[in-house]
Write a protein that binds this ligand. Structure first.
Ligand SMILES: [Zn+2]
Length: 257
């Protein structure tokens, strides 16, 4: 297969996976089955016909409205479908068509689910973290971007680091500042990316959270002391770490030394 064909295939495949991730994000917090029933409109329960369930295209054809009750379909559905396709393409350009590609694509899909469920519910579900361990076992089998030692040190250092931040935050602010879910999520990212890239991912997470906070503050979209989900920032850091980690690390070390 030539490059164009593989690219087209991954985009189509990515859009379809993204459509499934939407179902997961919507149903997992409600403890509903992700397999049955078929997708339906959340307003009128109209069951989507096949042509209404084509990623992105159906949304555009329906002009973002349910065909039955004409209520708005959330913009988030096509966005997550497109996002998933882009993430899988990034994994492809990073790893080529290899076992690494499939393993880390699975990881990226999990990041998408964890991120949006955290945004919706402020919770990082244990079941999803355990699913992430499937990727974590990979370095043990001598595959992936890390040795098993780097992974274990990564899990320990990030887990402990975030646990300390949680404890110190609680002491200073006299309330929960970082959820325990974030601590476990950070440990998982350390395990999957190893301690070096794990540290890069954490730094990006804190930096991006701070930048967004400062950007939103003047618009009063956010208040000091307000609780925000940290999972999305960790996911963002993990994504950049996975795709460009070694380059970011090298750039930073050149800058400092
Ligand atoms: Zn409807």
């Amino acid at each position: 297969m030539n490059l164009e064909m593989v690219t087209v295939f991954i985009v189509v495949f990515g859009l379809m996976i993204g459509s499934f991730l939407n179902v997961c994000i919507y149903r997992i917090p409600k403890k509903e089955s992700i397999v049955i029933p078929r997708s339906h409109c959340p307003h009128c329960n109209h069951q989507l016909r096949v042509w209404e369930n084509i990623p992105v295209i159906s949304f555009l054809m329906l002009k973002g409205l349910c065909s039955s009750c004409k209520n708005k379909i959330s913009f988030r559905y096509p966005i997550i479908e497109l996002l998933t396709a882009i993430l899988l393409l990034m994994a492809y350009f990073r790893f080529g068509l290899s076992v690494d590609f499939f393993i880390y694509s699975f990881f990226l899909c999990l990041l998408v689910i964890i991120t949006f469920i955290d945004i919706d519910t402020m919770e990082i579900l244990n079941g999803l973290l355990i699913l992430g361990l499937i990727v974590g076992v990979y370095p043990v089998l001598e595959g992936g971007i890390n040795s098993i030692y780097q992974s274990l040190i990564g899990a320990l250092s990030l887990g402990l680091g975030f646990f300390l931040i949680r404890v110190i935050g609680q002491l200073l602010l006299k309330k929960e500042s970082m959820g325990f879910g974030d601590v476990k999520y950070a440990a998982l990212i350390g395990l999957l990316l190893g301690w070096k890239i794990g540290l890069v991912a954490s730094a990006i997470a804190f930096l991006s959270a701070a930048i967004l906070f400062l950007m939103l503050l003047p618009f009063r979209k956010i208040a000091i002391g307000q609780r925000i989900p940290f999972g999305p920032f960790l996911s963002f850091g993990a994504l950049l770490g996975l795709i460009w980690g070694p380059h970011i690390l090298e750039w930073y070390l050149n800058l400092v030394f």
